[in-house]
Design a protein around this ligand. Structure first.
Ligand code: NAD
Length: 336
């Protein structure tokens, strides 16, 4: 049994990581750390976690076998360096870091410590994402030449209401926009998936952006990825789609276009299909995230010392580099 410590008792830890760690045989959630005492104690009590710390050093010394990092992205660098100083393997939420330099330092520190570092991309473990990988590998739609990965939503909207009923800015969306916007946040999932499915790294990329809102970062972005094998991916992502509307709406689709057919996944209509010369084939639908699947694989990796499915630190670094450089380039070339 591996004793896991989790850093950052926020939203994604509550609905994703903690229930998944507690459900996976071979892992036990031994301790949590959060600098915010309220978040820490509420989480500890809600999930019955034996140890809770606001002191980071005490957390690292409580007898852990691995660390899951679910703090905000700007904290990942310091959290990983601290885990490396204690020689502990890490699974770190996306994005691995806020820029390439940070990611390089994290990878180097973990290498020096001889401890594994994985970038936690839970979309890879959706049964649909794994099925797409298998179909691509089997040549079910011939040679895949083009991927269209679209996620347009509002990140829960620009506004919310406070306890007194006043309309206020919704902090979660504001924080993600200040950290770099949609491509460096959620768009990293799609950039990661493209490489995972094609098994082919990105050779070059360029990007475009639009400003519906008024942050420095574009709130609507497109990145074009040219892969080593000649395939092309376009990722479109927005945090301003219906962001001021009364009713939220999202678009979440994957399309893979090959020489012998097309694979389609549509989260909103809950349909996952493949269309080839043989006709239309329907596959079971599953949501785009699978935290439990990711932790099952991490548990195997902690035992065996390797994983063919988790995103390596180096792959995570390349994703960060693409998303950050694409966003910075779009900001630098903004007109009007
Ligand atoms: N995989 C997904 O689908 C998914 C979804 C949402 C968020 N995320 C990622 O998860 C991470 C956390 O996002 P969130 O929405 O849960 O954030 P959040 O703001 O809800 O929670 C973050 C928590 O971390 C704590 N924290 C602050 N500084 C810390 C530090 N130095 N060390 C440890 N903890 C610290 C905060 O007190 C808070 O409790 C981000 O990297 C985000 O991009 C991933």
């Amino acid at each position: 049994m591996k004793r896991i410590g989790l850093m950052g008792c926020g939203m994604v830890a509550q609905y994703g990581h903690i229930p998944a760690i507690q459900a996976v045989p071979g892992l036990i959630l031994h301790a949590v750390f959060d600098p915010n005492e309220d978040n820490l104690r509420r989480t500890q009590e809600k999930f019955g976690i034996p140890h809770g710390f606001t002191d980071e050093e005490a957390f690292f010394k409580c007898g852990l076998d691995g660390v899951s990092i679910t703090s905000p992205a700007p904290c990942h660098h310091a959290n990983v360096l601290h885990a490396a100083a204690h020689g502990l393997p890490v699974l770190c939420e996306k994005p691995l870091a806020t820029n390439r330099t940070e990611a390089e330092e994290m990878i180097a520190a973990m290498k020096t410590a001889s401890a594994s570092l994985y970038s936690g991309f839970c979309y890879r473990f959706s049964p649909c994402a794994l099925k797409i990988r298998e179909l691509v590998r089997d040549g079910a739609i011939g040679k895949v030449r083009s991927l269209r990965l679209i996620y347009n939503w509002s990140l829960h909207g620009k506004f919310t209401t406070d306890a007194a009923g006043n309309r206020i800015i919704q902090k979660r969306r504001e924080d993600r926009m200040l950290e770099g916007g949609p491509m460096v946040d959620c768009g990293t999932h799609q950039i990661d998936l493209a490489g995972f499915w094609l098994g082919s790294p990105v050779r070059s990329f360029n990007a475009h952006g639009a400003w519906v809102d008024d942050y420095e970062a574009p709130d609507h972005m497109w990145v074009h990825l040219d892969h080593e094998n000649g395939a092309h991916t376009v990722v479109e992502i927005s945090y301003s789609y219906h962001h001021t509307a009364k009713n939220n709406r999202s678009e979440f689709t994957y399309e893979l276009i090959g020489t012998g057919g097309v694979i389609r996944y549509n989260r909103e209509t809950e349909r996952f299909t493949m269309e080839t010369g043989d006709g239309l084939q329907e596959f079971p639908f599953a949501p785009e995230k699978n935290f439990e699947g990711m932790y099952e694989e991490w548990a195997r990796a902690l035992e065996s010392g390797a994983s063919a499915l988790l995103t390596t630190g180096e792959e995570g670094q390349r994703v960060v580099e693409i998303a950050r450089q694409a966003t910075d380039g779009v900001i630098a070339s903004r007109h009007g």
